[in-house]
Design a protein around this ligand. Structure first.
Ligand code: EPU
Length: 420
């Protein structure tokens, strides 16, 4: 297994490009199942979860060809299986995104229930409630959920909680349902809007994506599509924080600032200099940072996927910052590792209090989930001495060669053989 070894202290400088968005690529790849034929996707990020989704699609019978430069061809002409097995769903919960498309186009889907995960319980009851309202017969047996429907029918669905993949699954299902579907209290994330853009290109009739009220007029058939995926706002945010904490000067290119308002506002509130620059965002880090209070919220609020990275930034600020994690119940697994590096963080329930500035020192630490691993990389960049991060497959699940990008900006980061 590989580890990442970082010698802290370098100030990052230069330009870096953001890759395609993981959380847009995953539902878009799943949406290929709604049509028959070959779709072409560009700007597909090279990361573990995309490879897992490709494996899942291949298992269902699709032919996937990955071309150089982030281009994927997905041919769904011969779908031979309708099941997402446990070994893939347990590796990646987003596998559940095939449920809506398979049920809508093939009349049946069997998907392993994901179970708990490192950051919280993460049930899929809202996905199932919506499919049931659209006429699917849902059965739970042997750890699998089966959804069956000769043809789904439009329905009015009010989500009890705002769910990103739940909104995506039902939007895909409704695209091929008979009649009109309304999704209320829908997720407004840019990735939901992006999926709707792709579905509409395929011939769907979806309005309102990007707001909390989405309406879908079902159509009989969708066709394959060619599409370039939007940039990853969380990768962009992670790189911006990397520049800010190292007091660097970095232009993060190919990102969409309108997807990053909440993150940019908090960076500015902390005293980081952030400016729009052409097709990118430039960050100049300052040595004296102010504390910030942050509560994670669904979009357009501050993303839970940036909470761990901001916590590292807050160890640099003078004073006390308060972070509240409102989306997932167990998303502070990076805290004990940051404490071992010298951070002053106290967690009480869903609130973390960070006191700074503290001097971090390099240590051997363990990555536990994707964003936790990113926060440990950031901590390594500013720690005195050497930090070794084990289990970095978590990082590679969701970042397209983050270590390489940081190295190109001057960080002393390398991969080595790890023991765990
Ligand atoms: N929830 C339910 N019932 C459901 C669905 C969700 O109670 O049926 C709860 C969850 O337990 C959670 C909250 O609703 O407390 C929000 O979960 P959501 O369904 O929105 O999360 P998700 O769709 O499983 C996506 C991203 C996550 C990101 C969250 C929140 C993808 C593939 N994943 O997950 O990304 O944290 O939305 O924005 O889009 C990551 O990239 O590191 C990551 C975890």
């Amino acid at each position: 297994m590989q580890k990442i070894v970082i010698r802290g202290g370098a100030r990052l400088r230069g330009e870096v490009r953001v890759s395609g968005a993981k959380n847009a690529a995953l539902p878009i790849l799943a949406s290929s199942l709604l049509a028959e034929g070959r779709s072409i996707y560009r700007n597909v990020p090279a990361l573990g979860d995309v490879r897992t989704m490709s494996r899942l699609l291949a298992k269902l019978g699709a032919e996937i060809t990955a071309k150089p430069g982030g281009i994927s061809h997905v041919d769904t002409s011969r779908i031979t299986e309708l099941e997402a097995p446990y070994e893939l769903v347990k590796t990646m919960r987003a596998s559940v995104l095939v449920l809506g498309p398979l049920c809508a186009r093939h009349g049946r889907a069997r998907v392993s229930l994901p179970g708990g995960c490192a950051i919280g319980a993460r049930p899929i009851d809202q996905h199932l409630k919506g499919l049931a309202a659209m006429g699917a017969k849902i059965e739970l047996e042997h750890g699998y959920v089966t959804a069956r429907a000769r043809r789904l029918r439009g329905a009015t669905i009010v989500f009890d909680v705002v769910t990103v993949t739940g909104t995506e699954n039902l939007m895909m299902a409704a695209a091929l349902a008979r009649g009109h579907t309304t999704l209320e209290n829908a997720a407004r994330e840019p990735e939901v809007e992006e999926l709707a853009r792709v579905l509409n290109k395929m011939g769907a009739k979806i309005h309102g994506a990007g707001t909390s009220l989405i309406t879908i007029e079902g159509v009989d058939e969708l066709h394959p599509v060619e599409h370039a995926i939007i940039p990853d706002r969380i990768e962009a945010g992670t790189l911006l924080v990397a520049a800010a904490i190292t007091r660097g000067d970095v232009l993060v290119r190919d990102c969409l600032p309108e997807h990053l308002d909440a993150v940019l506002n908090k960076l500015r509130a902390a005293g980081v200099e952030v400016t729009a620059d052409g097709d990118g965002i430039r960050v100049r880090g300052k040595s004296d940072l102010r504390p910030a209070d942050i509560s994670t919220q669904p979009f357009p609020g501050f993303p839970t996927d940036m909470q761990a990275q901001f916590m590292v930034l807050m160890t640099r600020a003078r004073g006390q910052s308060v972070l509240s994690e409102t989306i997932f119940e167990n998303r502070y697994m990076h805290v004990p590792e940051l404490q071992r590096m010298g951070a002053d963080i106290v967690v009480e329930g869903r609130t973390a209090i960070v006191r700074g500035p503290t001097r971090l020192t390099g240590a051997t630490v363990m990555a536990t989930d994707l964003r936790a691993s990113a926060s440990l990389v950031l901590a390594g960049l500013i720690a005195e001495g050497t930090t070794e991060i084990l289990r970095i497959y978590h990082l590679d699940r969701g970042y397209d060669r983050l270590d390489k990008k940081l190295r190109a900006l001057g960080a002393d980061v390398r991969r080595a053989k790890g023991s765990l």
